[in-house]
Structures are given as C-alpha cells and as structure tokens.
Ligand binder design. Structure first.
Ligand code: NIG
Ligand code: FE
Length: 382
C-alpha cells in the first residue's frame, strides 16, 4: 500500500540533515510505502500512489510523541481538582485513592479506559505514547497494568515506585525491597523503562537510586519524576545514572540546569500539571538557553493532569513558558522521541515511520494562536 500526501504548504521535518530545529520545507509532498516514508520532494512531483491525500496548502507535522502518561488507572478525581481551584494544594497522597480504585477494577475495565484515552490522543495527533504502571503497587497489579499497556504501546514503564502504598506505611524500606525484588521480576518482562517519583511524600534520592539501579541491572532504561513540588536531588541523580529523561523539572537549581545541559538526559516539561495544580509553570527558556534538550508531554493521569491534548500543552508552553512555537512543536515531537531514545519517530525523513499529522491550518503556530480549536485534520500512523 502506497500513499502520497501532496500540496503540503509547510512541512515540518525535524530532520537535522535538512536544517536546525523544525527544519521546515515549503510546497512539499511525502510518499509513503507500507508505513515508511520513502520519498520527500516538491509538491506535484511525487510518484503515483494507491492513495492520494491533498493537504490543500496546509501544514504537515510529525505525529506527536507523548513520552509521559499514566493511562493504567480506574476512576476520576475531579473533586480534588475542584478543591485545588478553590486554593487547596496538590499532594502526592491523592495517588493512593486511584490505587484503591485501580486494584478493584477488572482487566477489561482497565483496558477499555486506557484504550479510550489512547484513541482520544490519536485523534488529536499523538502517534506514540509511553504508558506507566504505578496505580497497582502489588506484584500482580503492577504486572497486569504493564501487560495490558503492552497491548497498546512498546513504550511501557514500570512505576512500582509511585508512592508507598498504605499497607507499607510503617515499612517503606520493605516496600523498596519489594519494588526492587519480586515486583521488578514480575514487571520487567512487560516493561522497557523503570521510573520513580523522587519527591517529598514519595521516594527520597537514596531510595530512588536503589530502585533505578535495580531496574538498570535487569536491562530497563531509567526515567525519573523530579522537581515537581520543589527542588529535588532526583534531577542530578537522573543525569548521574544516564536516565533517558527527567520529568516535571518545575523547580530546578542552577546546578540542575547545568547538569542537564551537559548531559544526554532530556528535561521533559508537563504543563498540564501546573495548569491543574495552580503551580508556577516551568521555565523552558532557562533550559533551552543553557543548551538542554527539552520535551513536552501531557502526563495524562487522573490526579495532576487529566489532559490528552498535546496541542494544549504547546499552547501553554508558548504562552507561559518562554518557548517559541517552533521550539514547542519540536519538543512535542522530536523532543519526545529523544526522551524515548527513538530515532524512527518524531521526524519526517526518508526511512522514518510514517507517523504524520495533516493540519487544517497553514502553520503549527495555530496550535497556540488558536488555542482549544481542533486543527488536526488527519492522522496517519504506521
Ligand atoms: O506525574 N507525580 C507523580 N505522578 C503523577 C501524578 C499522579 C496522581 O496524582 O495521581 C504525575 O504528576
Ligand atoms: Fe507522571
């Protein structure tokens, strides 16, 4: 099966061979063979294909790569959001509420909820999603979350270290032993990554180090939640351990920014969290000016950020985090790919996966310029 997308007014390639950053081409066409991009050239010059999509002068971008989500859960916490809007602060403890509801759900209920959210993301242009466990916190509940998540994506993350569950409240060290022992053994066959919430109310830096190194020892890549509620030693731990990404990064010291800038660890910013918790937004400009690689992700979860819309995150990043529209678009595509250490996605280049989004707009600037408006016209996913 071959497809051509023709009459593309503006093509975002993110291809370093074409240029820096979004590396844009004008009046282009893209030819796809069996889910792979095989030709990029001038509009009107593509070979004949089985299917022809007319972009009508609109913009085409790589599919969004959402490198941070928590889709394996049951229930909803809209009441907490309402309280926060009335002035109550966010705390990590709310996670335990979702843990209770998730444990009580059937496999089919968990699967249906995650698939519904995945479909919601896809319709809005997200073609790759990472999915974490972390609302089970028993051997069986964590491994089943990852097993079901694997049906949806290869980018699955074991987050047994989300919080210490209530039954281990008096024995956090015993819970860390479980997370790094029998639970890891059950989770690892279904996971590519291991993650830890390194924050007040969750796990400290020594616990986080033990958890991440145990995961790395069985072949999982490291990712870290840090700097959400205050500065955290978790940021430099992530750099030290060569984590693919450290996520949130709302509160960073100058030394944290410097460490990120001189590392391959991506700083993943999650503006939906600050929106939904009424916290200050992270300063993307500070990270970019220092030379760090920045990704944007939705962090879709029922507690701190129940959005599946990368367009929303881009709009906030442009409006309130000091990113240009091009930097925000890059962060939501190529940045997410970097955070997942993938080179086959997040760019439109010969040999890449044919994950593309056709916009009903002349430019991706419209994600921020027309906030909340559904400008995604067509999503192609290999
Ligand atoms: O990434 N920060 C930790 N975990 C989620 C929140 C989970 C919840 O509140 O249910 C996050 O923000
Ligand atoms: Fe998260």
């Amino acid at each position: 099966m071959t497809t051509v997308i023709d009459r593309i007014g503006l093509l975002v390639t993110n291809d370093p061979a074409v240029g820096a950053g979004t590396a844009e081409l004008r009046d282009a066409a893209v030819f796809i063979d069996d889910g792979t991009i095989v030709w990029i050239g001038d509009a009107g010059r593509a070979p004949h294909a089985d299917e022809r999509i007319d972009a009508r002068g609109g913009c085409v971008i790589p599919g969004f790569v959402d490198s941070h989500s928590h889709l394996m859960f049951a229930g909803d916490r809209a009441d907490e959001f309402e309280f926060r809007m009335a002035g109550r602060p966010y705390t990590a403890g709310g996670i335990r509420r979702t843990v209770g509801l998730t444990r009580a759900a059937t496999d089919d209920e968990l699967r249906a909820n995650a698939q519904r959210l995945r479909a919601e993301m896809r319709a809005q242009g997200t073609t790759t999603v990472e999915i974490k466990s972390g609302y089970g916190l028993t051997i069986d509940d964590e491994s089943r979350a990852l097993r079901i998540a694997r049906e949806i994506t290869p980018e699955t993350t074991y987050l047994g270290a989300h919080v210490v569950p209530a039954e281990f409240a008096d024995d956090p060290a015993g819970y860390v032993d479980l997370v790094t022992g029998a639970m890891l053994d059950a989770a690892a066959p279904h996971a590519r990554w291991i993650d830890v919430f390194c924050e007040t109310g969750a796990f400290d830096v020594d616990q986080a180090r033990a958890i991440l190194t145990a995961g790395q020892a069985v072949g999982l890549g490291a990712r870290v939640h840090a700097g959400q509620l205050g500065e955290s030693a978790g940021v430099q731990l992530a750099v030290e351990l060569g984590a693919a990404s450290v996520d949130h990064c709302t509160f960073l010291s100058d030394a944290d920014v410097d460490a990120l800038a001189h590392s391959s660890t991506v700083a993943t910013l999650l503006p939906g969290v600050e929106f939904s918790t009424r916290q200050p937004y992270p300063n993307a400009r500070r990270l970019l000016d220092a030379g760090a690689t920045v990704a944007l992700a939705c962090d879709c979860n029922p507690g701190s950020s129940f959005t599946s819309s990368m367009a929303f995150c881009i709009a906030v990043a442009v409006r309130d985090m000091g990113m240009t529209p091009a930097e925000a678009l890059w962060a939501a595509t190529a940045g997410g790919a970097a955070a997942l250490q993938r080179t086959d996605i997040g760019r439109i280049a010969v040999g890449a996966r044919a994950d593309l989004v056709v916009l009903d707009a002349p430019s991706y600037v419209h994600f921020a310029y027309r906030p909340g408006v559904p400008i995604v016209k067509r999503v192609l996913a290999a």
